[in-house]
Ligand binder design. Sequence first.
Ligand code: DQQ
Length: 484
Amino acid sequence: VVHPGNGRTAYHFQPAKYWQNDPNGPLYHNGLYHFFYQYNPHGPTWDVGKLSWGHSVSGDLVNWAALENALDPTAPFDANGCWSGSATVLPGGRPAILYTGIDADKVQVQNVAFAKDPSDPLLREWEKPSCNPVIPIPADVTGNNFRDPTEAWRGRDGLWRVGVVAEVNGVGSLLVYRSADFLRWERNAAPLHASSQDVPVLECPDLFPVTAASGASEGLETSASGAGLRHVLKLTDFAKEDHYMVGLYDDAADTFTPAEPERGDDPGNWRRFDHGHLYASKSFYDARKKRRVLWAWVDETDGGGVGRGWAGIQAFPRAMWLDGDGKRLVQWPVEEIETLRRNRVGGVEWVTEVEAGGRKEIAGIVSSQADVDVVFEVPNLEEAETLDPKWLVDPRGLCAEKGASVHGGVGPFGLLVMASGGDLEEHTAVFFRVFRHLDTYKVLMCTDLTKSSRKEGVLKTSYGAFLDVDVEKNKFISLRTLVS
Ligand code: DQQ
């Protein structure tokens, strides 16, 4: 998994060459993990008319073997591209894929493909029945925006449901279709979600259950229902950001009641999994480890795919579950990533005090891959700056204004990663600042890319969020960082 040289990453899934974008149809089946992805088999750029589904398998979500493409644009109903979608295992164990085809007239339609031989552990061949498209574009869909079917789930009435995002008369919506046989699909009269007027385009929806039991981190199968669970509705908005809302899904009426209605119906105001440059995420239920695992596409910030011969990486898989507040998801890199830990540096002898403005170099890391666990002790909060309340709604702006080199009362403290030797001219700062706010403290976490590269034309931005950590009580903040 270590790809030295040519700028390739190590923790992140990448095909051998060329362009990839959205994760598609992740699946655990007969002892293997399958990962599909939007792939251009002809070159390192997104090509509107030529996308395929790349396909790889793994026994551990860390080491991957590449297979032939699962889907290529070969039929009239997908002649201009096999776009994003999901996989569902049908009763009896046959996996099916629902995906968006860009048809011969460049219209977006929904197609199905079935694993030709469900007993093939590699699920190498997929067949597309001639009754495709199984869901043609409806007459009230505007802008040809009708795509990205979710994994299908089964209601207690035995019928399958699938969600498809659609611009319905200019309104970004999640339509639900029902089917008894996975081939004939009928649209529900009402969408499961309709955005406010100014959000016409939604992409890559995900709808999945999570257990509401306090302290439980197990995942649930996508069709799970009953008391004691909540659902998560995730949508990618036109700003290319993923946002989610926890709520109650009713499988009789196919309605979703948000747990935080005050956030409104513009997904741009919902919660986020991430604050960096990644989106189009998709989760799956991992029956092997009974967890819900999240994939997401990271689009490089330098536009340099053509020179390199590859573009696009996948964020490492993360397990996620509902936090005790019933509104927020928490997540952690899948534990298998820890099998990559080799040469340990650090330990108790590394306990050190860093003066204001001081730095300590972590020597001994020779590879370009590091899994860093660090605990910052924050014994004294007296000097914390008072937070100007205007920043409460703009933590990212606060990160940009008070970067890693602006001295504060408590902080900035954190890591300088990928730092160039000696002069630190290039580095990415991952840091914290603690502010006093009313009678409590607010911890700001930032990732600052402004000095990440000497190169021109690279998107160098700052990301940030306030964290819900009780620094006053715990007196420390721990940070895990995967660098590659
Ligand atoms: N990418 C796919 C679409 C999807 C978009 C095409 C999101 O299906 O809406 O590559 O990145």
